[in-house]
Design a protein around this ligand. Structure first.
Ligand SMILES: [Fe+2]
Length: 193
């Protein structure tokens, strides 16, 4: 494996609060378990683990730090808009892991869009999206059904998670990133019989 997972774990611990560091370890564990369940190769299981570990690496940055990174890496300014509030931490983490650890492109994408998914996601991206939602410490209405489906039909599980995500954001009057709808309609289309 070209990554030193212990070293990365140390970096993640330093970047995050205890609470979110634990969440990251739980996502790593859940991602590995899903990867094994869906018979991923040994290499892909490792990729799932290391993406689960790092997906929230930039979640606790201040708005100022976000802005500095957008500037530094010449990223689209729209990332700083309200609409992308839930997307920016994944986007920034994906840029950092690429530069710092030389993660592969599939890993970069899985981390970049872990809050919204994207049409035509690969297994790695599906696993990271789901593991983030259903890791063992999470608890919200509908999670039991999501957990169950996650190990039966990964696409149906993601469809359910996206719908629950939309409902919960609507209930809180929060903005929904259009990518959430893109992912949902794509998955519904390819899974309709
Ligand atoms: Fe997360």
């Amino acid at each position: 494996m070209k990554w030193n997972i212990l070293e990365i774990e140390k970096d993640v611990k330093e970047a995050l609060s205890e609470y979110r560091y634990k969440h990251s370890l739980n996502v790593m564990e859940e991602a590995a378990s899903l990867a094994k369940h869906y018979k991923a190769s040994k290499d892909d299981i490792e990729k799932c683990k290391v993406c689960g570990l790092t997906h929230d690496l930039c979640k606790e940055l201040t708005e100022e730090e976000n802005e500095q990174l957008v500037k530094k890496y010449n990223l689209p300014r729209e990332l700083l808009s309200k609409e992308n509030k839930n997307l920016i931490h994944g986007f920034l983490a994906s840029v950092i892991v690429k530069e710092k650890y030389n993660f592969d492109e599939d890993m970069v994408l899985a981390i970049r869009y872990h809050t919204t998914g994207y049409p035509n996601m690969d297994l790695l991206a599906k696993i990271i999206y789901l593991a983030d939602k259903i890791e063992k410490n999470k608890n919200y209405p509908g999670i039991e059904q999501e957990r169950l489906l996650a190990y039966q039909d990964i696409d149906e599980a993601i469809i359910l998670c996206l719908k629950n995500q939309i409902k919960s954001l609507k209930d809180k009057n929060r903005r929904i990133n259009p990518k959430v709808y893109d992912t949902l309609s794509y998955l519904e289309k390819i899974n309709s019989k």
